[in-house]
Design a protein around this ligand. Structure first.
Ligand SMILES: [Zn+2]
Length: 625
Protein backbone atom coordinates (compact mmCIF):
# COMPACT_ATOMS: atom_id res chain seq x y z
CA UNK A 1 0.00 0.00 0.00
CA UNK A 2 1.29 3.43 -0.85
CA UNK A 3 -0.20 6.89 -0.39
CA UNK A 4 -0.97 8.93 2.70
CA UNK A 5 -3.71 7.94 5.16
CA UNK A 6 -6.79 9.36 3.48
CA UNK A 7 -9.12 9.83 6.41
CA UNK A 8 -6.64 12.11 8.15
CA UNK A 9 -6.24 14.05 4.90
CA UNK A 10 -9.91 14.72 4.60
CA UNK A 11 -10.23 15.59 8.29
CA UNK A 12 -7.45 18.13 7.89
CA UNK A 13 -9.08 19.48 4.75
CA UNK A 14 -12.48 19.95 6.43
CA UNK A 15 -10.83 21.66 9.40
CA UNK A 16 -9.08 24.02 7.00
CA UNK A 17 -12.33 24.86 5.25
CA UNK A 18 -14.10 25.60 8.51
CA UNK A 19 -11.43 28.18 9.31
CA UNK A 20 -11.91 29.95 5.98
CA UNK A 21 -13.99 33.13 6.30
CA UNK A 22 -17.23 33.26 4.32
CA UNK A 23 -16.89 29.67 3.14
CA UNK A 24 -20.14 28.47 1.55
CA UNK A 25 -19.05 25.08 0.34
CA UNK A 26 -21.08 23.22 2.90
CA UNK A 27 -24.33 24.58 1.49
CA UNK A 28 -23.95 21.99 -1.28
CA UNK A 29 -23.01 18.82 0.61
CA UNK A 30 -21.17 16.53 0.58
CA UNK A 31 -17.94 18.40 1.07
CA UNK A 32 -16.03 19.65 -1.93
CA UNK A 33 -12.36 19.79 -2.60
CA UNK A 34 -10.55 22.21 -4.89
CA UNK A 35 -10.47 21.16 -8.54
CA UNK A 36 -6.97 21.40 -10.05
CA UNK A 37 -8.49 21.63 -13.54
CA UNK A 38 -10.64 24.72 -13.05
CA UNK A 39 -9.94 28.41 -12.45
CA UNK A 40 -13.50 29.02 -11.26
CA UNK A 41 -14.41 30.30 -7.77
CA UNK A 42 -17.54 28.40 -6.65
CA UNK A 43 -16.49 28.80 -3.00
CA UNK A 44 -17.13 32.56 -3.41
CA UNK A 45 -19.68 32.95 -6.18
CA UNK A 46 -22.07 30.18 -7.11
CA UNK A 47 -24.01 29.81 -10.33
CA UNK A 48 -27.58 28.52 -10.34
CA UNK A 49 -28.48 28.23 -14.01
CA UNK A 50 -27.47 29.05 -17.57
CA UNK A 51 -29.28 30.33 -20.62
CA UNK A 52 -27.46 29.95 -23.95
CA UNK A 53 -28.39 31.75 -27.12
CA UNK A 54 -26.20 30.64 -30.02
CA UNK A 55 -26.04 30.74 -33.78
CA UNK A 56 -24.40 27.72 -35.42
CA UNK A 57 -22.38 28.81 -38.46
CA UNK A 58 -21.11 25.85 -40.52
CA UNK A 59 -19.25 28.05 -43.02
CA UNK A 60 -17.19 29.86 -40.41
CA UNK A 61 -17.18 26.79 -38.10
CA UNK A 62 -18.11 28.93 -35.11
CA UNK A 63 -20.81 29.34 -32.50
CA UNK A 64 -21.65 32.90 -31.55
CA UNK A 65 -24.13 34.55 -29.21
CA UNK A 66 -24.43 34.83 -25.47
CA UNK A 67 -24.31 32.89 -22.22
CA UNK A 68 -26.42 34.21 -19.33
CA UNK A 69 -25.33 32.99 -15.92
CA UNK A 70 -27.87 33.35 -13.10
CA UNK A 71 -26.07 33.67 -9.77
CA UNK A 72 -26.99 32.45 -6.31
CA UNK A 73 -27.65 35.40 -3.96
CA UNK A 74 -24.88 36.37 -1.57
CA UNK A 75 -22.05 36.11 -4.06
CA UNK A 76 -18.65 37.75 -3.85
CA UNK A 77 -17.53 40.72 -5.97
CA UNK A 78 -15.95 38.56 -8.65
CA UNK A 79 -17.10 35.71 -10.88
CA UNK A 80 -14.37 33.52 -12.35
CA UNK A 81 -15.18 31.23 -15.27
CA UNK A 82 -13.11 28.88 -17.40
CA UNK A 83 -12.60 29.68 -21.07
CA UNK A 84 -10.38 28.22 -23.78
CA UNK A 85 -9.89 30.06 -27.05
CA UNK A 86 -13.15 32.02 -26.75
CA UNK A 87 -13.50 35.56 -28.07
CA UNK A 88 -15.24 37.48 -25.30
CA UNK A 89 -16.90 40.54 -26.84
CA UNK A 90 -18.56 42.13 -23.78
CA UNK A 91 -20.02 41.32 -20.38
CA UNK A 92 -23.15 42.75 -18.75
CA UNK A 93 -24.54 42.43 -15.24
CA UNK A 94 -28.32 42.91 -15.02
CA UNK A 95 -28.15 44.97 -18.22
CA UNK A 96 -25.14 47.15 -17.32
CA UNK A 97 -21.64 46.75 -18.73
CA UNK A 98 -19.25 44.99 -16.35
CA UNK A 99 -15.45 45.14 -16.37
CA UNK A 100 -13.78 41.84 -17.18
CA UNK A 101 -10.33 40.48 -17.91
CA UNK A 102 -8.86 37.30 -19.36
CA UNK A 103 -5.90 35.72 -17.57
CA UNK A 104 -2.77 34.25 -19.06
CA UNK A 105 -3.37 31.38 -21.45
CA UNK A 106 -2.39 27.93 -20.23
CA UNK A 107 -2.08 25.19 -22.85
CA UNK A 108 -4.03 22.72 -20.68
CA UNK A 109 -6.49 24.92 -18.78
CA UNK A 110 -7.05 27.89 -21.06
CA UNK A 111 -7.80 31.29 -19.58
CA UNK A 112 -9.67 32.50 -16.51
CA UNK A 113 -12.41 34.99 -17.32
CA UNK A 114 -12.69 37.33 -14.34
CA UNK A 115 -15.81 39.48 -14.14
CA UNK A 116 -16.14 42.23 -11.53
CA UNK A 117 -19.66 42.17 -10.09
CA UNK A 118 -21.97 44.76 -8.59
CA UNK A 119 -23.56 43.72 -5.34
CA UNK A 120 -26.09 42.20 -5.85
CA UNK A 121 -26.03 40.89 -9.42
CA UNK A 122 -28.62 38.36 -10.54
CA UNK A 123 -27.61 37.74 -14.12
CA UNK A 124 -24.29 38.01 -15.95
CA UNK A 125 -24.53 38.00 -19.74
CA UNK A 126 -21.41 37.19 -21.73
CA UNK A 127 -21.38 37.95 -25.46
CA UNK A 128 -18.87 35.65 -27.10
CA UNK A 129 -17.95 33.45 -30.01
CA UNK A 130 -15.90 30.31 -30.44
CA UNK A 131 -12.97 30.16 -32.84
CA UNK A 132 -12.25 27.74 -35.61
CA UNK A 133 -10.55 24.73 -34.07
CA UNK A 134 -12.43 24.87 -30.72
CA UNK A 135 -11.52 21.51 -29.28
CA UNK A 136 -14.96 20.29 -28.15
CA UNK A 137 -16.50 20.91 -31.55
CA UNK A 138 -16.17 18.61 -34.51
CA UNK A 139 -17.43 20.08 -37.75
CA UNK A 140 -17.84 17.42 -40.41
CA UNK A 141 -18.26 18.26 -44.08
CA UNK A 142 -21.12 16.47 -45.83
CA UNK A 143 -18.66 14.00 -47.36
CA UNK A 144 -17.82 12.62 -43.91
CA UNK A 145 -21.43 11.79 -43.02
CA UNK A 146 -23.46 8.68 -43.80
CA UNK A 147 -25.87 10.55 -46.09
CA UNK A 148 -23.18 12.64 -47.76
CA UNK A 149 -25.55 15.61 -48.35
CA UNK A 150 -25.42 17.78 -45.23
CA UNK A 151 -22.72 18.90 -42.80
CA UNK A 152 -22.71 17.71 -39.21
CA UNK A 153 -21.60 19.17 -35.90
CA UNK A 154 -21.19 17.40 -32.59
CA UNK A 155 -19.55 18.26 -29.27
CA UNK A 156 -17.52 16.26 -26.78
CA UNK A 157 -17.18 18.27 -23.56
CA UNK A 158 -15.66 15.68 -21.23
CA UNK A 159 -13.29 16.12 -19.58
CA UNK A 160 -12.41 19.84 -19.66
CA UNK A 161 -13.55 20.90 -23.11
CA UNK A 162 -16.90 22.56 -22.25
CA UNK A 163 -14.85 25.74 -21.75
CA UNK A 164 -13.91 25.66 -25.45
CA UNK A 165 -17.55 26.42 -26.41
CA UNK A 166 -19.15 27.90 -23.26
CA UNK A 167 -17.61 30.23 -20.66
CA UNK A 168 -18.42 28.20 -17.54
CA UNK A 169 -17.33 26.77 -14.22
CA UNK A 170 -15.85 23.75 -15.94
CA UNK A 171 -15.54 21.53 -12.93
CA UNK A 172 -17.45 18.25 -12.42
CA UNK A 173 -18.29 19.37 -8.86
CA UNK A 174 -20.36 22.36 -10.04
CA UNK A 175 -23.89 21.79 -11.34
CA UNK A 176 -26.46 24.04 -12.98
CA UNK A 177 -29.76 23.81 -14.85
CA UNK A 178 -29.91 25.20 -18.35
CA UNK A 179 -32.06 26.43 -21.19
CA UNK A 180 -30.88 27.21 -24.71
CA UNK A 181 -32.00 28.73 -27.98
CA UNK A 182 -30.18 27.68 -31.12
CA UNK A 183 -30.26 29.01 -34.62
CA UNK A 184 -29.08 26.36 -37.12
CA UNK A 185 -29.26 26.05 -40.93
CA UNK A 186 -32.80 25.14 -42.08
CA UNK A 187 -33.30 21.46 -42.78
CA UNK A 188 -31.05 20.30 -39.94
CA UNK A 189 -32.13 18.99 -36.55
CA UNK A 190 -30.44 20.29 -33.38
CA UNK A 191 -30.20 18.19 -30.21
CA UNK A 192 -28.78 18.80 -26.73
CA UNK A 193 -28.40 16.96 -23.41
CA UNK A 194 -31.89 18.27 -22.60
CA UNK A 195 -35.56 17.93 -23.59
CA UNK A 196 -35.27 17.43 -27.32
CA UNK A 197 -37.37 17.96 -30.44
CA UNK A 198 -38.23 14.93 -32.58
CA UNK A 199 -39.00 16.83 -35.77
CA UNK A 200 -36.86 19.10 -37.93
CA UNK A 201 -38.06 22.72 -37.90
CA UNK A 202 -38.17 24.55 -41.21
CA UNK A 203 -36.86 27.81 -39.69
CA UNK A 204 -33.89 26.14 -37.96
CA UNK A 205 -34.78 27.62 -34.54
CA UNK A 206 -34.81 25.30 -31.55
CA UNK A 207 -35.38 25.71 -27.80
CA UNK A 208 -34.08 23.39 -25.08
CA UNK A 209 -34.60 22.93 -21.37
CA UNK A 210 -32.67 20.84 -18.87
CA UNK A 211 -34.49 20.90 -15.53
CA UNK A 212 -32.04 18.72 -13.63
CA UNK A 213 -28.73 20.32 -12.62
CA UNK A 214 -25.73 18.96 -14.53
CA UNK A 215 -21.99 19.65 -14.49
CA UNK A 216 -20.42 21.41 -17.50
CA UNK A 217 -18.84 18.26 -18.93
CA UNK A 218 -22.36 16.98 -19.65
CA UNK A 219 -23.19 19.95 -21.89
CA UNK A 220 -23.72 18.57 -25.38
CA UNK A 221 -24.90 19.65 -28.78
CA UNK A 222 -25.34 17.93 -32.14
CA UNK A 223 -26.66 19.34 -35.41
CA UNK A 224 -27.20 17.31 -38.54
CA UNK A 225 -29.62 15.68 -40.94
CA UNK A 226 -31.19 13.49 -38.29
CA UNK A 227 -34.38 11.55 -37.75
CA UNK A 228 -35.99 10.11 -34.66
CA UNK A 229 -37.64 6.75 -34.04
CA UNK A 230 -39.33 5.71 -30.80
CA UNK A 231 -38.24 2.40 -29.25
CA UNK A 232 -40.58 2.39 -26.26
CA UNK A 233 -42.43 4.63 -23.85
CA UNK A 234 -39.32 6.45 -22.63
CA UNK A 235 -36.66 5.44 -25.15
CA UNK A 236 -35.79 6.24 -28.73
CA UNK A 237 -33.01 6.68 -31.22
CA UNK A 238 -31.79 9.55 -33.41
CA UNK A 239 -29.59 8.86 -36.42
CA UNK A 240 -28.93 9.89 -39.98
CA UNK A 241 -31.74 8.47 -42.15
CA UNK A 242 -29.41 5.94 -43.83
CA UNK A 243 -28.45 4.52 -40.40
CA UNK A 244 -31.82 4.69 -38.62
CA UNK A 245 -33.25 1.24 -39.45
CA UNK A 246 -30.06 -0.55 -38.40
CA UNK A 247 -29.93 1.47 -35.17
CA UNK A 248 -33.56 0.65 -34.36
CA UNK A 249 -32.85 -3.05 -34.84
CA UNK A 250 -29.65 -2.94 -32.77
CA UNK A 251 -31.13 -1.08 -29.78
CA UNK A 252 -34.41 -3.00 -29.57
CA UNK A 253 -33.79 -3.94 -25.90
CA UNK A 254 -33.26 -0.39 -24.64
CA UNK A 255 -36.61 0.08 -22.92
CA UNK A 256 -36.08 -3.19 -21.10
CA UNK A 257 -32.58 -2.13 -20.12
CA UNK A 258 -34.00 0.99 -18.56
CA UNK A 259 -36.61 -0.81 -16.47
CA UNK A 260 -34.07 -3.48 -15.47
CA UNK A 261 -31.67 -0.83 -14.16
CA UNK A 262 -34.48 0.86 -12.25
CA UNK A 263 -35.37 -2.41 -10.57
CA UNK A 264 -31.74 -2.70 -9.41
CA UNK A 265 -30.87 0.85 -8.39
CA UNK A 266 -34.03 2.93 -8.10
CA UNK A 267 -35.95 5.33 -10.36
CA UNK A 268 -34.51 6.84 -13.53
CA UNK A 269 -34.81 10.56 -12.83
CA UNK A 270 -33.99 12.12 -16.20
CA UNK A 271 -37.32 11.64 -18.01
CA UNK A 272 -36.44 10.21 -21.42
CA UNK A 273 -33.47 8.06 -22.41
CA UNK A 274 -32.59 8.43 -26.08
CA UNK A 275 -29.48 7.54 -28.06
CA UNK A 276 -27.95 9.58 -30.86
CA UNK A 277 -25.84 7.55 -33.30
CA UNK A 278 -22.95 9.75 -34.41
CA UNK A 279 -20.67 9.52 -37.43
CA UNK A 280 -17.70 7.11 -37.09
CA UNK A 281 -15.24 9.89 -36.17
CA UNK A 282 -16.75 10.19 -32.67
CA UNK A 283 -13.68 9.65 -30.44
CA UNK A 284 -15.32 7.53 -27.74
CA UNK A 285 -17.61 4.51 -27.65
CA UNK A 286 -20.29 6.58 -26.05
CA UNK A 287 -20.80 9.72 -24.04
CA UNK A 288 -23.38 9.71 -21.30
CA UNK A 289 -24.90 13.11 -22.07
CA UNK A 290 -28.05 13.18 -19.90
CA UNK A 291 -31.30 12.26 -21.68
CA UNK A 292 -29.31 11.74 -24.90
CA UNK A 293 -26.37 9.33 -24.99
CA UNK A 294 -23.99 10.02 -27.88
CA UNK A 295 -22.86 6.70 -29.36
CA UNK A 296 -20.38 5.52 -31.94
CA UNK A 297 -21.86 3.70 -34.94
CA UNK A 298 -19.15 1.05 -34.47
CA UNK A 299 -21.44 -0.77 -32.00
CA UNK A 300 -24.00 -1.40 -34.75
CA UNK A 301 -23.01 -4.86 -35.92
CA UNK A 302 -26.41 -6.30 -36.83
CA UNK A 303 -26.29 -9.00 -34.14
CA UNK A 304 -26.72 -6.78 -31.05
CA UNK A 305 -23.47 -8.17 -29.68
CA UNK A 306 -22.05 -4.79 -28.61
CA UNK A 307 -25.05 -3.30 -26.82
CA UNK A 308 -23.21 -3.51 -23.51
CA UNK A 309 -21.99 -0.05 -24.48
CA UNK A 310 -25.57 1.22 -24.24
CA UNK A 311 -25.89 -0.51 -20.87
CA UNK A 312 -22.74 1.34 -19.83
CA UNK A 313 -23.98 4.77 -20.91
CA UNK A 314 -27.39 4.13 -19.38
CA UNK A 315 -25.69 3.09 -16.11
CA UNK A 316 -24.11 6.55 -16.02
CA UNK A 317 -27.61 7.93 -15.41
CA UNK A 318 -26.98 6.74 -11.83
CA UNK A 319 -23.20 6.63 -11.48
CA UNK A 320 -21.68 9.78 -12.92
CA UNK A 321 -24.63 11.89 -13.95
CA UNK A 322 -26.56 11.53 -10.68
CA UNK A 323 -23.65 11.01 -8.26
CA UNK A 324 -20.70 12.72 -9.92
CA UNK A 325 -16.96 12.54 -9.34
CA UNK A 326 -16.03 15.78 -7.55
CA UNK A 327 -12.79 16.20 -9.51
CA UNK A 328 -11.08 14.23 -12.27
CA UNK A 329 -8.80 12.70 -9.61
CA UNK A 330 -11.92 10.80 -8.51
CA UNK A 331 -12.77 9.61 -12.02
CA UNK A 332 -12.79 5.96 -10.92
CA UNK A 333 -15.97 6.74 -8.94
CA UNK A 334 -17.70 7.60 -12.22
CA UNK A 335 -16.31 4.77 -14.30
CA UNK A 336 -15.63 1.90 -11.89
CA UNK A 337 -19.24 2.10 -10.64
CA UNK A 338 -20.53 2.39 -14.18
CA UNK A 339 -18.72 -0.72 -15.39
CA UNK A 340 -20.05 -2.55 -12.31
CA UNK A 341 -23.65 -1.43 -13.04
CA UNK A 342 -23.17 -2.23 -16.75
CA UNK A 343 -22.20 -5.81 -15.86
CA UNK A 344 -25.24 -6.16 -13.63
CA UNK A 345 -27.55 -4.92 -16.40
CA UNK A 346 -25.98 -7.34 -18.89
CA UNK A 347 -26.29 -10.21 -16.44
CA UNK A 348 -29.96 -9.41 -15.75
CA UNK A 349 -30.78 -9.20 -19.45
CA UNK A 350 -28.58 -11.81 -21.09
CA UNK A 351 -27.53 -14.17 -18.30
CA UNK A 352 -24.49 -14.73 -16.12
CA UNK A 353 -22.45 -16.58 -18.78
CA UNK A 354 -22.71 -13.64 -21.11
CA UNK A 355 -21.78 -11.15 -18.37
CA UNK A 356 -18.85 -13.38 -17.37
CA UNK A 357 -17.35 -12.90 -20.84
CA UNK A 358 -17.49 -9.12 -20.44
CA UNK A 359 -16.01 -9.41 -16.97
CA UNK A 360 -13.15 -11.55 -18.31
CA UNK A 361 -12.43 -8.95 -21.01
CA UNK A 362 -12.29 -6.25 -18.32
CA UNK A 363 -9.88 -8.44 -16.35
CA UNK A 364 -7.62 -8.96 -19.35
CA UNK A 365 -7.69 -5.21 -20.12
CA UNK A 366 -6.67 -4.17 -16.63
CA UNK A 367 -3.90 -6.79 -16.44
CA UNK A 368 -2.48 -5.56 -19.72
CA UNK A 369 -2.69 -1.91 -18.63
CA UNK A 370 -1.01 -2.57 -15.28
CA UNK A 371 1.76 -4.45 -17.06
CA UNK A 372 2.26 -1.76 -19.66
CA UNK A 373 2.25 1.15 -17.16
CA UNK A 374 4.57 -0.70 -14.78
CA UNK A 375 7.02 -1.58 -17.54
CA UNK A 376 6.88 2.02 -18.74
CA UNK A 377 7.89 3.30 -15.30
CA UNK A 378 4.43 4.77 -14.65
CA UNK A 379 3.33 2.50 -11.85
CA UNK A 380 1.84 5.42 -9.90
CA UNK A 381 -0.77 5.69 -12.67
CA UNK A 382 -2.17 2.32 -11.64
CA UNK A 383 -3.70 3.85 -8.48
CA UNK A 384 -7.48 4.29 -8.41
CA UNK A 385 -7.20 7.59 -6.53
CA UNK A 386 -5.40 9.59 -9.20
CA UNK A 387 -3.27 12.73 -9.15
CA UNK A 388 -4.06 14.50 -12.41
CA UNK A 389 -2.89 18.01 -11.53
CA UNK A 390 -1.00 19.43 -14.50
CA UNK A 391 -2.16 16.59 -16.75
CA UNK A 392 -5.00 16.27 -19.21
CA UNK A 393 -7.79 14.37 -17.42
CA UNK A 394 -8.53 12.61 -20.73
CA UNK A 395 -5.30 10.69 -20.14
CA UNK A 396 -7.01 9.09 -17.13
CA UNK A 397 -9.62 7.47 -19.39
CA UNK A 398 -8.51 3.84 -19.41
CA UNK A 399 -8.66 0.43 -17.78
CA UNK A 400 -7.46 1.60 -14.35
CA UNK A 401 -10.44 3.85 -13.60
CA UNK A 402 -12.84 1.53 -15.41
CA UNK A 403 -11.75 -2.04 -14.87
CA UNK A 404 -9.65 -1.88 -11.73
CA UNK A 405 -12.48 0.20 -10.25
CA UNK A 406 -14.99 -2.42 -11.33
CA UNK A 407 -13.02 -5.33 -9.86
CA UNK A 408 -12.71 -3.51 -6.52
CA UNK A 409 -16.50 -3.13 -6.33
CA UNK A 410 -16.98 -6.73 -7.49
CA UNK A 411 -14.72 -7.88 -4.66
CA UNK A 412 -16.81 -5.93 -2.14
CA UNK A 413 -19.94 -7.61 -3.54
CA UNK A 414 -18.35 -11.05 -3.27
CA UNK A 415 -17.12 -10.38 0.27
CA UNK A 416 -20.29 -9.03 1.87
CA UNK A 417 -22.91 -10.66 -0.36
CA UNK A 418 -24.95 -9.22 -3.18
CA UNK A 419 -28.05 -8.41 -1.11
CA UNK A 420 -26.20 -6.13 1.31
CA UNK A 421 -24.16 -4.52 -1.45
CA UNK A 422 -27.23 -3.84 -3.60
CA UNK A 423 -29.07 -2.25 -0.69
CA UNK A 424 -26.04 -0.04 -0.04
CA UNK A 425 -25.77 1.04 -3.68
CA UNK A 426 -29.46 1.87 -3.97
CA UNK A 427 -29.26 4.09 -0.89
CA UNK A 428 -25.97 5.59 -2.06
CA UNK A 429 -27.47 6.73 -5.38
CA UNK A 430 -30.63 8.00 -3.68
CA UNK A 431 -28.95 9.91 -0.86
CA UNK A 432 -26.29 11.49 -3.05
CA UNK A 433 -28.44 12.31 -6.06
CA UNK A 434 -27.31 15.52 -7.83
CA UNK A 435 -24.30 15.76 -5.57
CA UNK A 436 -20.63 15.30 -6.14
CA UNK A 437 -18.53 12.65 -4.49
CA UNK A 438 -14.82 12.36 -3.92
CA UNK A 439 -12.83 9.30 -3.04
CA UNK A 440 -12.48 10.00 0.69
CA UNK A 441 -16.20 10.80 1.09
CA UNK A 442 -17.04 7.51 -0.63
CA UNK A 443 -14.63 5.58 1.58
CA UNK A 444 -16.17 7.02 4.72
CA UNK A 445 -19.59 5.78 3.51
CA UNK A 446 -18.08 2.42 2.74
CA UNK A 447 -16.62 2.37 6.23
CA UNK A 448 -20.14 2.41 7.67
CA UNK A 449 -21.01 -0.67 5.61
CA UNK A 450 -17.97 -2.86 6.14
CA UNK A 451 -16.90 -4.59 9.33
CA UNK A 452 -13.25 -4.43 10.34
CA UNK A 453 -12.95 -8.02 9.17
CA UNK A 454 -14.49 -7.16 5.76
CA UNK A 455 -12.06 -4.27 5.36
CA UNK A 456 -9.16 -6.55 6.19
CA UNK A 457 -10.27 -9.23 3.72
CA UNK A 458 -10.83 -6.71 0.95
CA UNK A 459 -7.81 -4.51 1.66
CA UNK A 460 -9.69 -1.29 0.89
CA UNK A 461 -6.71 1.02 1.33
CA UNK A 462 -4.48 -1.07 -0.92
CA UNK A 463 -7.11 -1.18 -3.64
CA UNK A 464 -7.68 2.57 -3.64
CA UNK A 465 -4.25 3.99 -2.85
CA UNK A 466 -1.94 1.14 -3.81
CA UNK A 467 -0.39 0.49 -7.20
CA UNK A 468 -0.83 -2.56 -9.42
CA UNK A 469 -3.59 -5.11 -9.11
CA UNK A 470 -4.04 -6.63 -5.62
CA UNK A 471 -3.63 -10.40 -5.42
CA UNK A 472 -7.20 -10.87 -4.22
CA UNK A 473 -8.61 -9.46 -7.47
CA UNK A 474 -11.56 -11.65 -8.48
CA UNK A 475 -10.32 -13.99 -11.26
CA UNK A 476 -12.12 -14.28 -14.62
CA UNK A 477 -14.52 -17.21 -14.76
CA UNK A 478 -16.01 -17.53 -18.21
CA UNK A 479 -17.17 -20.94 -19.40
CA UNK A 480 -17.74 -19.58 -22.90
CA UNK A 481 -14.15 -18.36 -23.10
CA UNK A 482 -12.96 -21.71 -21.73
CA UNK A 483 -14.73 -23.30 -24.71
CA UNK A 484 -12.90 -20.88 -27.02
CA UNK A 485 -9.60 -21.99 -25.43
CA UNK A 486 -10.46 -25.61 -26.24
CA UNK A 487 -11.29 -24.66 -29.81
CA UNK A 488 -8.00 -22.83 -30.14
CA UNK A 489 -6.11 -25.91 -28.89
CA UNK A 490 -7.96 -28.16 -31.29
CA UNK A 491 -7.33 -25.79 -34.14
CA UNK A 492 -3.63 -25.38 -33.39
CA UNK A 493 -3.05 -29.09 -32.99
CA UNK A 494 -5.11 -30.36 -35.87
CA UNK A 495 -6.27 -29.50 -39.33
CA UNK A 496 -6.84 -25.74 -39.50
CA UNK A 497 -9.71 -26.25 -41.86
CA UNK A 498 -11.49 -28.56 -39.44
CA UNK A 499 -12.81 -25.98 -37.04
CA UNK A 500 -15.30 -26.97 -34.36
CA UNK A 501 -18.89 -26.40 -35.48
CA UNK A 502 -19.79 -24.07 -32.55
CA UNK A 503 -17.44 -21.47 -33.97
CA UNK A 504 -20.21 -20.38 -36.33
CA UNK A 505 -22.31 -19.30 -33.37
CA UNK A 506 -19.59 -17.23 -31.70
CA UNK A 507 -20.43 -13.71 -30.64
CA UNK A 508 -18.13 -10.76 -31.25
CA UNK A 509 -16.66 -11.26 -27.76
CA UNK A 510 -15.65 -14.86 -28.47
CA UNK A 511 -14.00 -13.86 -31.73
CA UNK A 512 -12.16 -11.00 -30.10
CA UNK A 513 -10.96 -13.30 -27.33
CA UNK A 514 -9.84 -15.90 -29.88
CA UNK A 515 -7.97 -13.48 -32.15
CA UNK A 516 -6.27 -11.79 -29.19
CA UNK A 517 -4.54 -15.07 -28.43
CA UNK A 518 -3.11 -15.64 -31.89
CA UNK A 519 0.61 -15.08 -32.40
CA UNK A 520 3.32 -15.71 -34.99
CA UNK A 521 2.79 -19.50 -34.77
CA UNK A 522 -0.62 -19.04 -36.34
CA UNK A 523 0.21 -16.98 -39.39
CA UNK A 524 -0.44 -19.60 -42.08
CA UNK A 525 -3.55 -20.99 -40.49
CA UNK A 526 -4.90 -17.53 -39.63
CA UNK A 527 -4.74 -16.53 -43.28
CA UNK A 528 -6.96 -19.51 -43.99
CA UNK A 529 -9.28 -18.40 -41.22
CA UNK A 530 -9.40 -14.94 -42.77
CA UNK A 531 -10.48 -16.39 -46.10
CA UNK A 532 -13.31 -18.21 -44.37
CA UNK A 533 -14.49 -15.54 -41.92
CA UNK A 534 -13.41 -12.39 -43.78
CA UNK A 535 -11.74 -10.52 -40.92
CA UNK A 536 -9.97 -8.31 -43.43
CA UNK A 537 -12.48 -5.61 -44.30
CA UNK A 538 -14.93 -6.76 -41.59
CA UNK A 539 -17.71 -4.25 -40.83
CA UNK A 540 -17.35 -5.28 -37.16
CA UNK A 541 -14.94 -2.69 -35.73
CA UNK A 542 -14.12 -4.70 -32.58
CA UNK A 543 -13.00 -7.67 -34.66
CA UNK A 544 -11.20 -5.38 -37.10
CA UNK A 545 -9.21 -3.80 -34.29
CA UNK A 546 -7.81 -7.07 -32.89
CA UNK A 547 -7.36 -8.62 -36.33
CA UNK A 548 -5.29 -5.73 -37.73
CA UNK A 549 -3.22 -5.66 -34.54
CA UNK A 550 -2.40 -9.32 -35.03
CA UNK A 551 -1.51 -8.71 -38.66
CA UNK A 552 0.79 -5.79 -37.80
CA UNK A 553 2.53 -7.58 -34.97
CA UNK A 554 2.76 -11.16 -36.19
CA UNK A 555 2.13 -11.31 -39.93
CA UNK A 556 3.63 -8.15 -41.48
CA UNK A 557 4.03 -9.76 -44.89
CA UNK A 558 0.32 -10.60 -44.88
CA UNK A 559 -0.42 -7.04 -43.76
CA UNK A 560 1.54 -5.63 -46.64
CA UNK A 561 -0.53 -7.44 -49.23
CA UNK A 562 -2.67 -4.98 -51.11
CA UNK A 563 -6.08 -6.21 -49.92
CA UNK A 564 -5.15 -6.19 -46.26
CA UNK A 565 -3.16 -2.99 -46.42
CA UNK A 566 -6.02 -1.11 -48.11
CA UNK A 567 -8.62 -2.47 -45.72
CA UNK A 568 -6.56 -1.40 -42.72
CA UNK A 569 -6.00 2.08 -44.14
CA UNK A 570 -9.73 2.44 -44.80
CA UNK A 571 -10.50 1.30 -41.25
CA UNK A 572 -8.10 3.77 -39.66
CA UNK A 573 -9.32 6.65 -41.81
CA UNK A 574 -13.04 6.04 -41.39
CA UNK A 575 -13.11 5.27 -37.66
CA UNK A 576 -12.01 7.91 -35.16
CA UNK A 577 -12.82 5.99 -31.98
CA UNK A 578 -9.69 6.30 -29.88
CA UNK A 579 -9.99 2.82 -28.37
CA UNK A 580 -9.68 1.29 -31.85
CA UNK A 581 -7.13 3.48 -33.58
CA UNK A 582 -4.60 3.93 -30.77
CA UNK A 583 -3.64 0.22 -30.52
CA UNK A 584 -3.05 0.11 -34.28
CA UNK A 585 -0.76 3.15 -34.36
CA UNK A 586 0.95 1.77 -31.27
CA UNK A 587 1.47 -1.63 -32.91
CA UNK A 588 2.94 0.03 -36.02
CA UNK A 589 5.27 2.14 -33.88
CA UNK A 590 6.40 -0.78 -31.75
CA UNK A 591 7.17 -2.94 -34.78
CA UNK A 592 9.42 -0.35 -36.43
CA UNK A 593 6.80 0.87 -38.91
CA UNK A 594 6.49 4.45 -37.69
CA UNK A 595 6.84 5.87 -41.21
CA UNK A 596 3.85 3.83 -42.32
CA UNK A 597 1.97 4.96 -39.21
CA UNK A 598 2.66 8.60 -40.02
CA UNK A 599 1.64 8.14 -43.63
CA UNK A 600 -1.67 6.62 -42.58
CA UNK A 601 -2.18 9.28 -39.94
CA UNK A 602 -1.67 12.09 -42.43
CA UNK A 603 -4.64 10.77 -44.41
CA UNK A 604 -6.77 10.04 -41.38
CA UNK A 605 -6.11 13.00 -39.09
CA UNK A 606 -8.64 15.44 -40.68
CA UNK A 607 -11.37 12.93 -39.87
CA UNK A 608 -10.52 12.64 -36.16
CA UNK A 609 -11.95 14.60 -33.26
CA UNK A 610 -9.33 16.57 -31.30
CA UNK A 611 -9.61 14.14 -28.36
CA UNK A 612 -8.36 11.35 -30.63
CA UNK A 613 -5.84 13.39 -32.60
CA UNK A 614 -4.25 14.74 -29.42
CA UNK A 615 -3.54 11.18 -28.30
CA UNK A 616 -2.16 10.06 -31.68
CA UNK A 617 -0.13 13.29 -32.03
CA UNK A 618 1.61 12.48 -28.74
CA UNK A 619 2.19 8.84 -29.68
CA UNK A 620 3.71 9.58 -33.08
CA UNK A 621 5.42 12.84 -32.15
CA UNK A 622 3.24 14.59 -34.74
CA UNK A 623 3.54 18.33 -35.26
CA UNK A 624 0.60 20.02 -36.95
CA UNK A 625 1.60 21.23 -40.40
ZN1 LIG B 1 -18.28 5.54 -18.83
Amino acid sequence: MTGSPPKWDSFFFVALLLLMPGCQWFSNPPMHKPDPHSYSNPHETRVDSLHLSLKVDFDAQTLSGSADWFLVAGHASVLILDTYGLDIHSVEGDGQALPFSLGTHDALLGQALEVSLHQPTERVRIHYSTRKGARALQWLPASQTEGGQHPYLFTQSQSILARTWIPCMDSPGQRFRYTAELDVPPGLLALMSAENPTETRADGRYSFRMNEPVPAYLMALAVGKLEFRSLGERTGVYAEPAMLERAVHEFADMEQMLSTTESLYGPYVWGRYDVLVLPPSFPFGGMENPRLTFATPTIITGDRSLVSLIAHELAHSWSGNLVTNATWDDFWLNEGFTVYVEMRIMEALYGSEYAAMLSAIAHADVLEEVKSLTLGGQEQKTRLAAHMRGEDPDDGVGPIAYDKGYHFLLLIEQTIGRARWDAFLKTYFHENAFKSMHTEAFLSRLDSLLSTEDERIIGVQEWVYGTGLPVNCPPPLSTRFAAVDSSLDLWRNGDPLALPSEIDAWSTHEWVYFIRQLDERDSLAAAELDRRFRFTGTPNAEIGCVWYQWVIRFAPSYGNQRLCSEAMAAYMTRIGRRKFIMPLYKALKETGQIDRARELYKQARPNYHSVASHSVDALLGWKEE
